[in-house]
Design a protein around this ligand. Structure first.
Ligand SMILES: NC(=O)C1=CN([C@@H]2O[C@H](COP(=O)(O)OP(=O)(O)OC[C@H]3O[C@@H](n4cnc5c(N)ncnc54)[C@H](OP(=O)(O)O)[C@@H]3O)[C@@H](O)[C@H]2O)C=CC1
Ligand SMILES: O=C1O[C@H](COP(=O)(O)O)[C@@H](O)[C@H](O)[C@H]1O
Length: 494
């Protein structure tokens, strides 16, 4: 039996929505980097497809400023574009997909040829695109895989409808649901940290951990994209997917093996222990302009002309989730995300309980393990130490693994590079399975409905601030202690 994933066979990567923003900013650069680094099958062709009538030269021009070409790579870059073609066609016309199919077939010599379809298209055309791929474009002598981007529905009902639509067309092994946070270095490191280190495993539980905070912060607002965003809001945009995925990797039990389905079984299991979020455990916010700010900072969410007047869509949210199992009962998992805040940051903070039987007159602070996803991957554990010298005082210090210092020679690849390569190699470990999605919507749908039906007014926060002022009080209520006394001394670069 031939191994159809073998890299010697022809492969075609079809990018649907090739005229769009995601395509030019992310997907074309990503496939170029993979091609440049010789990580793709040698005989891979790339086909762009969208309604816009344009040439491949125009596609190249539009994505130019997002693609890095280092000195010496110019010839390879030419070769990359020679392997690219572009086809204009409608999303809803089978005949256009038949033409696409004919064109792909021309470069598929030999007994086996594989096809990957990346759907960088709006949710409105999603169903017709997948039906047409199924009817007119699947490979008849190799595998067909489809990569889909969120939103995977906007609640439990629409997501279930989408899932049943997809499962009527493709097998689960053919569907790659991208959550690009699963492609980030430190998110992929979570399992290694937890299960390859005996120091963490025995303390990773309700006996030792007080609270866990998982944050996403962005320093810019919706800026002209508010029309799209307003339909979803920050909870659907970031919390229900990226932050919940991180939570499941932080909280799940050790999988039986590293097999993708064993891992995803554990992720689903821990999600099943989470009750639907209650409104009392949520704080939502919306940014207003900063009169003293520069440029966009002066504008609030409601000043964006693409946002409906009087919208109550949250651009900030904090929610506490509770996992009702033996390991985590009573430990708040606080998810927090927002746009137009003071910095770009994504991180996990695991706060340990105070050391029992205090002999230091209350001077010993909690240990905190920080896993910084971005910017600047780092892992640091805050701990107490004797102040060096004659004194017997305590100092707050850290064990620090800063990637840029420790792994100077290593380039951390972009999330999309890893994930698209995974699709070529056929590994679904870092993709969202159907049942994970179902659990995610079960946890989030009731309170989202409640927010919307009751027209809950978000707390205001100023563009460029840390978020609504009520949020720190809420953090403290969920047993996340901020002392403000920790100081980090950035190491000198040698
Ligand atoms: N390897 C590395 O790169 C390391 C870097 N550092 C850096 O040192 C600095 C300090 O370290 P950090 O771990 O952040 O330590 P801190 O405990 O000082 O700060 C933690 C975070 O608490 C939040 N905060 C601020 N005020 C309050 C408040 N009133 N209530 C609750 N939370 C509050 C802020 O984040 P928010 O606004 O998100 O709430 C702040 O960033 C950081 O810039 C960190 O990146 C430290 C160690 C290692
Ligand atoms: O999925 C999304 O993520 C981006 C942030 O991604 P990052 O890799 O830059 O952290 C966010 O801006 C966008 O709103 C959201 O849809």
């Amino acid at each position: 039996m031939e191994n159809k994933t073998d890299f010697q066979y022809p492969h075609t990567f079809v990018l649907l929505g090739a005229s769009g923003d995601l395509a030019k900013k992310k997907i074309y650069p990503t496939i170029w980097y993979l091609y440049r680094d010789n990580t793709l099958p040698r005989n891979t062709k790339f086909v762009g497809y969208a309604r816009t009538k344009q040439t491949i030269a125009e596609v190249r021009e539009k994505s130019k400023k997002y693609m890095k070409v280092r000195p010496g790579e110019e010839d390879k870059f030419e070769q990359f574009w020679e392997a690219n073609t572009y086809h204009a066609g409608a999303y809803d016309k089978r005949v256009d997909y038949e033409l696409l199919n004919q064109s792909i077939s021309k470069s598929e010599k030999g007994p086996v040829a594989n096809r990957i379809f990346y759907l960088a298209v709006p949710p409105t055309v999603f169903e017709e695109v997948t039906v047409n791929i199924r009817n007119a474009c699947v490979s008849i002598k190799g595998y067909t895989r489809v990569i889909i981007e969120k939103p995977f529905g906007r609640d439990d009902v629409s997501s279930a409808k989408l899932s049943s639509h997809l499962s009527g067309l493709f097998k689960e092994e053919q569907i790659y649901r991208i959550d690009h946070y699963l492609g980030k270095e430190m998110v992929q490191n979570l399992m290694t940290l937890r299960f390859a280190n005996q120091i963490f495993n025995p303390t990773w539980n309700r006996e030792n951990i007080a609270s866990i905070l998982i944050s996403f912060k962005e320093p810019f607002g919706t800026e002209g994209r508010g029309g799209y965003f307003d339909d979803f809001g920050i909870i659907r945009d970031v919390m229900q997917n990226h932050l919940l995925q991180i939570l499941s990797l932080v909280a799940m039990e050790k999988p039986v093996t590293l097999n993708p389905n064993d891992i995803r079984d554990e992720k689903v299991k821990v999600l099943r222990h989470i009750n639907p979020i209650e409104l009392k455990d949520v704080l939502v916010g919306q940014y207003v302009g900063n009169p003293e700010g520069q440029g966009d900072e002066k504008l609030g969410y409601l000043d964006d002309p693409t946002v409906p007047k009087g919208s109550v869509t949250p651009t900030y949210a904090l929610a506490a989730l509770w996992i009702n199992n033996a390991r985590w009962q009573g430990v708040p998992f606080i998810l927090r995300c927002g746009k137009a805040l003071n910095e770009r940051k994504a991180e996990v903070r695991v706060q340990f309980k105070e050391a029992p039987g205090d002999i230091f007159n209350g001077h010993a602070k909690r240990n905190e393990l920080v896993i910084r996803v971005q910017p600047g991957e780092a892992l640091y554990l805050k701990l107490m130490s004797k102040s060096p010298g004659m004194k017997f005082d305590l100092v707050e210090t850290e064990l620090d693994l800063t990637y840029s210092m420790r792994y100077r020679e290593t380039d951390v690849p972009d999330a999309y590079e890893r994930l698209i390569l995974d699709v070529f190699t056929g590994t679904q470990m870092h993709f969202v399975r159907n049942d994970e999605l179902k659990e995610a919507w079960r946890i989030f749908t009731p309170f989202l409905k409640n927010l919307e039906e009751n027209h809950v007014i978000p707390e205001q926060y100023v563009y460029g601030s840390r978020g609504p002022i009520q949020a720190d009080k809420k953090l403290a209520d969920y047993n996340f202690k901020y002392s403000g006394s920790y100081k980090w001394q950035k190491p000198e670069v040698a």
